[in-house]
Design a protein around this ligand. Structure first.
Ligand code: PEP
Length: 257
């Protein structure tokens, strides 16, 4: 983390978990635990159907509500999809784009990721863009090439003044939901490489200001060590964000001096 230059952001990705009733319970449990939250922004990426209620439940707290996906067109014959404007009108502040589960199961490509980034930015929604290598790519030694390509593709055509609105989340696929976490060195190496890509695409000032998260089995035990890395500016947290007490503990780890 480096709070002098950029925001620290802790985001929970609930995926297809927690019903409305469970969301209400979570909000009741998390609210009193949030009082010590000073330094980091907190985001909850809830299932789309629960977005309006989540916005209401977390009103007047530090928690911003996010979507887990968005369509790249602003309207039309796209059954089952939601546009960035629809999300914005419901109070959505962030949206996850290019999560590896969407790349794997729903045909998300670097091309659609880029279009979605532009669609979100056009509505003032902050994209959380996920990039990450497979185990095979890591073992072949092509991690940094792959990540560089994904970051460049995601940012293609994004003007300099909008880059700071984007969070880049490094999520090694082999660490998501597996209980295997990247070592602090691995996380820092890739997050630093992502910052270098941004610097080469734009400039040093923009690269310094961009928030880069780590995601992949981050939990109450490993969060502090990961967040202590200079280029790890927060976390995208799946499993450990489903329990209010655990999520609050990770937020507090990001709030340490
Ligand atoms: C994720 O879904 O983005 C994620 C990192 O999940 P988990 O923390 O469960 O590995």
């Amino acid at each position: 983390m480096n709070r002098r230059y950029r925001k620290t952001v802790i985001a929970g990705n609930w995926k297809m978990n927690l019903t409305l009733t469970e969301t209400q319970t979570f909000a009741e449990e998390l609210r009193p635990l949030l009082s010590r939250s000073k330094w980091c922004d907190v985001v909850l990426c809830v299932p789309a159907i629960n977005i309006p209620n989540a916005v209401r439940l977390f009103k007047n707290t530090r928690v911003a509500i996010a979507a887990q996906n968005v369509h790249y067109e602003d309207h039309g014959a796209f059954t089952g999809e939601l546009s960035a404007r629809m999300l914005r009108e419901q109070g959505v502040k962030y949206v996850i784009i290019g999560h590896s589960e969407r790349r794997q199961y729903y045909n998300e490509t670097d091309f659609t990721v880029n279009r979605k980034v532009h669609a979100a930015l056009a509505e003032g929604i902050n994209p959380i863009v996920c990039v990450g290598e497979s185990l095979e790519q890591r073992e072949l030694g092509v991690t940094l090439e792959h990540i560089t390509y994904q970051v460049k593709a995601a940012l293609s055509g994004v003007p300099a003044e909008k880059v700071r609105k984007i969070i880049l989340a490094y999520e090694p696929i082999w660490a998501i939901g597996t209980g295997k976490t990247a070592t602090t060195q691995q996380a820092e190496e890739v997050c630093q490489a992502i910052r270098t890509v941004v610097r080469k695409l734009y400039d040093a000032r923009i690269a310094r200001a961009v928030t880069i998260q780590y995601g992949g089995s981050m939990n109450t035990k490993n969060a502090a060590e990961l967040l202590a890395q200079p280029d790890v500016d927060g976390g995208l947290i799946g499993g450990a964000s489903l329990k209010a007490a655990d999520f609050a503990e990770i937020i507090n780890a990001a709030n340490q001096e």
